[in-house]
Design a protein around this ligand. Structure first.
Ligand code: ANZ
Ligand code: ZN
Length: 803
């Protein structure tokens, strides 16, 4: 029989849909399984070959779970608000909703052509008012709990997109999306207080199954640091508080640095004799990005405050105060005590400005560079701390400052609050009204969804306001509280809003009373397995955990963590090993592959391409190899013989393969699972025939990977009147997973001299006897004295012979 994917794939996709085999039931006696992939942004470019990799991987999990008797929820939807759509709309004068509709239709058709077992009856779209009604509702709950607030902020401003970016969206000083430089700007912004959840977001990681690299990145991003806040009296008669992780080095603090934005500068201006130089420096610092300012290697600049100094609380010494841009107002207290002997940036600064460097931890050469090691040094020049280790000194000085009242222990986090507003059109309107009398007033929940108004054009205004600001009919409203005149908020939510809770909606997507019913969430949550890109570790993954934890705290969701397990896939690169891109001319279009070789080949190949968690280059010849494997599988029907059991000589191979495929799928080792199926196929082909029972089992094993051809074979062979995807996953017999015989390498004095075949369960004595009986070995050891006989079961014998 000749395999032709063309007549097969569409037929089975329609049959699955008609039979509703992938519909998840909210009421079922079966155990539940919730498999999730990150829903796509429906871009104008359509699907690229990177998309099918995670979709297929979790499709394999979902299909295997169904075969294992689970009620599986494997949903999909569209994360469709956002800038690329809006920019396209502006350029082509089409409404973004229109653009979205077109892109979604294309994506949907492409994804459907892959035969992924999504439950399409639960499809969601973040731009649908019935969906964003609930995004707005959650925002209102955050607002009511004080976790959404408006603040005058020094924000990251993308000069290209003309909008505010979150810190997470600024990569090395430029916009993650468009690559334009990012500058600082004062703006009143809606913020979400994710910092309130910093510790919970760290602690929760203990209870979930995420890869270590993902946990490490999240922790690193949250950046917990333990130290102390220390008060320095100033000659202006007030107090300057610093945050330090090294209170042990207090005796080595020879000057202080405050951020150019520090509020004390204004307070001290009458006492400062060089305000012009200070103002000049402040203006320069404001133009730099935080990234630039924080760079360790950069040349240190600053201005000394003439007229105010600080007093070191441990020795009463007067020390100068500087402003320098390497101290950021957004971390700690915006002020530091500088210890040039033990901090690299302080050292560079002290050298440049000729400030004293006092060694307080012995162990390095502070004339040459800062000695920053905390593990080995011993305290010197530090009064009552002398002779202690750094750790001991930290504990002692913390107690001392608390006793004397000039400081206390303090935990800080690098994490910042989340800038939750964009001055753009294509996003969820923020459901807040501003009233001169009542301030910020939440829209009553029964007025949700607050729909986006129709506007003429989508360009942001030149002063950086959202295009919605021009819609005065929409903007002017009455205050829900006092009934007086009021204005609607015209900023919209950032793209990360809709994706922060979408998985909850899948459990109950058509509910119009709540974002999802308690029953549905009780049944489905948490997500059992969530796969997504590493690039979302500090953005989407952290944001959605935050929203979920908040919803848990207000009693709206049943679990403290949204995702029980998280995995991440690697990228698919071009044939030349570089990132696929139009400019490199190395883009593979999935549509072409599906048309020419079939979805099953594409699926199988994307799983065979290499270690799932690593990047892998595309190889057309290897892809064709996958196609050939499918053809050879299909042709097994020509050598099928009657028989409702596995032939004795094939028993071990089948049991081993079932075991391997079962386990490899669970461990993301799709490539070796496929390799095992390929080698079983070779063995079957070599034997010249296959029994019906063997073909039946092989077909179920292949089904999650290449479901269309598996269905076709199942139907042609009439194994039973259900579909392949409705069968039971085969069991294996552990006792039949070991080869009857194993090959053992035999060494004489460490050199391999022969290999002998022995029963797999051979005893040490029998193995040694077999080795010595081997002709070659017998020759090697004859006339010699055997001083040692080493046996590594199933693998190796080493005979140590002397004389
Ligand atoms: C004195 C000192 C001595 C420090 C020493 C370090 C080494 P992490 O671990 O990142 O929390 N610092 C504090 N606030 C700052 C700000 N707003 N901008 C720039 N730097 C700031 O680091 C905390 C350390 O970073 C603090 O400890 C402070 O320098 C500096 F041998 O204080 B340290
Ligand atoms: Zn009012």
């Amino acid at each position: 029989m000749k395999y032709d994917h063309k007549g097969i794939e569409k037929k089975w996709q329609d049959a699955w849909e008609k039979a509703g085999v992938f519909h998840a039931e909210n009421n079922s006696t079966k155990p539940k399984y919730f498999a999730l992939v990150e829903f796509p942004y429906p871009s104008g470019q359509g699907l690229h070959v990177g998309h099918p990799r995670p979709y297929t991987a979790l499709d394999i999990i979902a299909r295997k779970r169904r075969l294992q008797g689970y009620n599986v929820l494997y949903p999909i939807g569209w994360d469709a608000f956002g800038l690329p759509t809006e920019n396209y709309a502006i350029k082509n004068h089409i409404h973004p909703a229109q653009v979205t509709k077109k892109n979604v239709a294309r994506f949907k058709e492409q994804i459907k052509s892959l035969g992924i077992s999504f439950d399409w009856s639960r499809e969601i779209n973040t731009t649908d008012p019935e969906y964003y009604k609930w995004t707005q509702w959650i925002f209102l709950q955050l607002f009511k709990k004080g976790l959404a607030y408006k603040k005058e902020m020094n924000v990251n401003w993308c000069t290209g997109c003309k909008c505010v970016l979150a810190n997470e969206e600024v990569v090395e000083g430029v916009c993650e999306r468009c690559g334009s430089p990012v500058i600082h700007k004062e703006k009143s912004q809606w913020m979400l207080k994710i910092t309130d959840y910093a510790q919970k977001l760290i602690d929760g990681l203990d209870d979930v199954d995420y890869p270590d690299r993902v946990k490490a990145q999240q922790k690193n991003w949250i950046g917990r640091s333990e130290g102390a806040e220390v008060d320095f009296q100033t000659t202006a008669g007030d107090v300057l508080t610093v945050y330090t992780t090294r209170p042990d080095t207090l005796f080595g603090a020879t000057y202080m640095v405050i951020s150019p934005e520090h509020p004390n500068i204004e307070k001290w201006q009458d006492k400062l004799s060089n305000m012009d130089a200070i103002r000049d420096y402040q203006a320069k610092a404001a133009r730099k990005s935080e990234f630039e300012r924080a760079e360790v290697a950069k040349d240190k600049t600053g201005v000394r405050l003439e007229g105010v100094a600080a007093i070191n609380p441990v020795n009463g010494k007067e020390i100068p105060i500087f402003i320098s841009d390497y101290v950021l107002m957004t971390y700690g207290t915006g002020a530091i005590m500088a210890v040039p002997a033990h901090d690299t940036r302080d050292w560079a600064f002290a050298r440049k400005f000729g400030l004293p460097v006092i060694e307080v931890v012995k162990g390095g050469d502070v004339e040459k560079e800062a000695f920053t090691d905390c593990a080995t040094g011993v305290m010197v020049n530090s009064g009552f701390l002398n002779g202690l280790t750094v750790e001991e000194a930290k504990a002692k000085i913390k107690d001392y400052m608390e006793e004397k009242g000039f400081g206390h222990k303090k935990v800080n986090y690098k994490l910042r609050d989340w800038v939750f507003a964009r001055q753009r059109y294509w996003g969820e309107p923020i459901p807040i009204v501003h009233c001169d009398k009542c301030g910020y007033v939440p829209l009553p929940e029964d007025q949700l969804p607050l729909r986006l108004p129709e506007v003429e054009s989508y360009e942001p205004t030149d002063d950086g306001e959202s295009p919605i600001a021009k819609m005065t009919d929409w903007v002017n409203t009455t205050c829900p509280h006092c009934g007086g005149p009021a204005k609607r908020e015209t900023d919209t939510m950032p793209q990360w809003a809709g994706s922060s809770w979408y998985f909850l909606r899948y459990t109950d997507p058509h509910n119009d009373k709540a974002f999802a019913s308690k029953e549905a969430m009780d049944y489905w949550l948490p997500v059992d397995w969530y796969n997504g890109g590493m690039e979302h570790t500090t953005l989407h993954l952290l944001y959605s955990r935050f929203w979920h934890k908040f919803l848990y705290d207000i009693g709206e969701v049943p679990t403290p963590e949204p995702y029980a397990k998280r995995t991440s896939h690697g990228m698919i690169l071009g044939e030349n090993g570089e990132k696929m891109s139009k400019s490199r001319g190395n883009v593979v279009n999935p549509d072409d592959v599906v048309a020419e070789y079939g979805a099953d080949t594409l699926r199988l190949y994307e799983m065979f391409i290499g270690d799932f968690e690593k990047a892998a280059p595309w190889s057309t010849s290897s892809m064709k190899g996958c196609r050939r494997f499918i053809e050879r599988y299909f042709a097994l029907q020509d050598i099928t013989v009657p028989g409702d059991s596995i032939r004795t000589e094939m028993e071990i191979s089948f049991n081993k393969t079932i075991k391997k495929v079962s386990e490899d799928i669970e461990n993301l080792k799709f490539n070796t699972a496929i390799a095992a199926l390929m080698s079983l196929l070779n063995e079957i082909a070599a034997s010249g025939s296959i029994t019906r029972e063997e073909l039946r089992i092989f077909t179920i094993l292949l089904d999650p990977f290449a479901p269309h051809v598996a269905e076709e074979v199942w139907a042609v062979q009439q194994f039973n009147d259900q579909m392949a995807c409705q069968q039971a996953w085969p069991d294996f017999d552990e006792s039949k997973c070991k080869d009857a015989t194993v090959e053992i390498a035999v060494q004489v004095n460490g050199k391999v001299r022969a290999r002998v075949s022995v029963p797999a369960d051979v005893s040490k004595e029998d193995a040694l006897a077999a080795a010595k009986a081997n002709e070659k070995i017998a020759g090697e050891i004859s006339g010699k004295n055997l001083v040692k006989e080493i046996y590594v079961p199933g693998k190796l014998i080493n005979l140590v012979a002397k004389g």
